[in-house]
Design a protein. Structure first.
Length: 214
């Protein structure tokens, strides 16, 4: 038996446990992440793939009193897009800023003059949202990626330091889980039928249904 024919005894799924057990958290305690935790999350997030090293994204950390102007900007964006928006709906938009003690807003800062396609730049920025949730989970924090149907407006541009071509992709809520909401440990996400969504390209140029190794 050659080296390439040796049986593979590596537990690949165990090596990827961090990704397989991550869960979104919708409910938070009043305790927010520390400055050191936020710094670590941001440093991890900005390692996402970035064609051309353009760094076509911006992050805005919002916590404490900073949630008030962010919430107001969400409400203002709703009114700007829909002048007939009711006060109740505006309040619902504003309340999104206070679901967690802290959040990180994600903005795609697209350089339309760059050689890298615009969609690639937005895709890179989108990766930040997942990276933030994964990093937060590894630190023992709860996290969930959220968005609003109204993501443009003068107030949002101001509070998120956005240029005219930038796109607000949403934000990740961050905080500690309530004491009565313990984290499930070593519970993997539900299996997906890979045969429905994955294909393998054969030598004859035809895609065939993927067969899982497990």
């Amino acid at each position: 038996m050659t080296a390439t024919e040796q049986p593979d005894t590596t537990d690949h799924l165990a090596a990827l446990e961090a990704m397989l057990t991550r869960r979104s958290v919708k409910v938070f305690s009043a305790i927010g992440p520390t400055a050191a935790e936020i710094d670590a999350i941001v440093r991890a997030a900005v390692t996402v793939p970035d064609h051309g090293a353009l760094r076509p994204w911006r992050l805005v950390v919002v916590e404490g009193e900073g949630r008030h102007p962010f919430g107001d900007a969400l409400a203002d964006a709703g009114r700007e897009a829909n002048p007939s928006l009711t006060d109740d709906m505006a309040d619902r938009l504003r309340s999104k800023a206070f679901v967690a003690p802290a959040l990180i807003a994600v903005v795609a800062r697209v350089d339309r003059c760059a050689k890298v396609d615009e969609w690639e730049q937005v895709a890179s920025a989108s990766c930040l949202g997942y990276a933030i949730t994964l990093a937060a989970d590894r630190l023992g924090l709860g996290a969930i990626w959220k968005s609003s149907p109204f993501r443009r407006g003068a107030a949002l541009q101001r509070v998120l330091d956005m240029g005219p071509d930038d796109e607000f992709l949403g934000w990740v809520n961050l905080g500690h889980r309530p004491p009565d909401l313990p984290k499930d440990t070593n519970v993997r996400r539900p299996d997906v039928d890979l045969g429905r969504i994955v294909r393998v390209l054969r030598a004859d140029g035809q895609p065939s249904v993927y067969r899982s190794a497990s």
